[in-house]
Design a protein around this ligand. Structure first.
Ligand code: UDX
Length: 429
């Protein structure tokens, strides 16, 4: 099949590369010349394990073609996916301007029969607007059907999430579109949820908001555990063994970040409000998430007292491990608060230093983890990189001015840390 992706962010690029690898001819349309030129050479602008190899392999095999032009790729395609960003607008709603703009350009270039499908997370009802734009802008004789095929991939494990998803959701009112999309997804062996537009769109928001809710719940239990002297990790392990609850997305920490959860929780609150339903449960999910970030700062203040000119070393900046993405990373809020208190910050992250430098100023970025310990009054771990688990803490202790550690991801054994002479604080322990 010939397919086109508009957008080469995490969703667009990963899904395009996977479909190319499955033997389809895949065009990827971008709008920045330099990025498209780099992608043509197989240089990937984001860090995602395995992605660069997959892109290079399929560019070489001429199955993955990067371009700035909507023509001729759209007219040649059986299916066109919209995978552009939907950031949060000032109102809290998703900003749909790019999605609607590309819909018009797609419409103008349609030829023969084409299925246009959105991968971008858009609020219920948007797809009807896109459908109308396509119908109004398409040339005479072109036929178009419309579908919502939301994406559930996680950064850091995006390729395996795409090749081995828990389910594939296809929302469309057209049988022809449904059949074509089923055919495209056939080599990916996953249960299908076949439904209408609105349901498909809401499945995506409802899934992300529910996972965010689990994390905020874990963080609330962690807070309570600290107050009661319980061990949150055992409590959460204990509840996760109940199959009805499940053990995933129950790790307490500095709160959820990234390009999806914060944005999608806000958008769902806003969608509900627009429909006269105050989704106060999700407002509390957001509140707890902010508290979880502030709680790390509260622990730092309690440990150091006056924060002015205290040296704090940060291990991990990305919103989670195995990515260089800093969007809505807890590290941003936490470091800003520490800097407001007058603390001097040094930091190391294995992949996210360049992306962090664009959003976090006045930081002494270090070349390796051990360097952040140099003369530090406190170390705070904010991302669960595997290499941080392997660190030799006797070396770290010798480099520090005072051996204080706040382990925002519960990576270390509190007893061992205390034995080494650290004042150790985890989350919920
Ligand atoms: C998420 C969804 O998982 C994915 O299905 C959707 O398509 C996009 O959004 P992603 O943002 O890449 O994926 O990361 P995810 O692994 O879900 O983590 C999101 C945030 O939650 C991170 O900040 C992570 O550190 C945090 N988290 C996750 C926790 O704090 N505790 C957990 O137990 C799990």
């Amino acid at each position: 099949m010939t397919i086109t992706f508009i957008g080469h962010g995490y969703v667009g690029l990963v899904t395009a590369a996977v479909f190319a690898d499955l033997g389809n001819t895949v065009y990827v349309i971008g709008h920045t010349k330099e990025k498209i030129e780099s992608l043509k050479r197989g240089i990937v602008p984001i860090y995602e394990p395995g992605l660069e190899e997959l892109v290079k392999k399929n560019v070489k095999a001429k199955r993955l073609i990067f371009t700035l032009d909507y023509s001729p790729s759209i007219s040649k395609s059986d299916i066109v996916f919209i995978a552009v960003g939907t950031p949060t607008a000032k109102t809290g709603d998703a900003d749909l301007s790019t999605v609607l703009e590309v819909a018009e350009k797609i419409g103008q270039n349609l030829k023969g029969y084409t299925v246009v499908a959105t991968k971008s997370t858009v609020p219920a009802g948007t797809n009807k607007r896109i459908k109308r734009i396509l119908e109004e802008s398409k040339p005479q004789g072109a036929e178009v059907d419309y579908a919502s095929v939301p994406e559930f991939l996680r950064e850091g494990s995006a390729i395996s999430d795409t090749t081995k998803p828990d389910r594939i959701v296809i929302g469309t009112e057209s049988k022809r579109a449904k059949d074509l999309l089923i055919k495209l997804h056939k080599p990916i062996n996953a249960p299908l949820v076949l439904t209408n537009f609105e349901t498909a769109e809401l499945i995506k928001y409802a899934a992300n908001a529910f996972l965010a809710l689990k994390i905020s719940y874990a963080n609330a239990i962690a807070k309570l555990s600290e107050l009661l002297g319980a061990d949150a990790l055992r409590v959460l392990e204990g509840i996760g063994m109940d199959k009805r609850i499940g053990n995933m997305f129950l790790s307490p920490g500095p709160g959820y970040g990234g390009s999806c959860f914060p944005k999608d929780v806000r958008a769902l609150i806003s969608i509900a409000k627009d429909n006269d339903y105050p989704f106060s449960l999700l407002e509390e999910v957001e509140n707890i998430n902010h508290q979880s970030r502030r709680d790390i700062v509260r622990k730092a203040r309690k440990t150091l007292g006056d924060m002015r000119n205290k040296k704090i070393g940060i291990l991990g900046l990305a919103f989670k491990a195995n990515t260089d993405d800093m969007r809505d990373a807890p590290a941003i809020d936490i470091i800003n608060l520490l800097q407001n208190d007058g603390a001097k910050i040094s930091a190391f992250d294995p992949k996210a230093m360049d992306t962090a430098a664009a959003v976090l100023k006045d930081i002494d970025y270090k070349k390796e983890a051990y360097e952040v310990a140099e003369g530090a009054d406190l170390i705070i771990v904010l991302t669960e990189w595997n290499e941080f688990r392997e660190l030799d803490f006797s070396i770290i202790k010798n480099k520090m001015k005072s051996p204080n550690i706040i382990d925002g991801r519960n990576l270390y054994d509190s007893k061992e840390m205390t034995k080494l002479g650290f004042t150790y604080q985890g989350v919920g322990r």
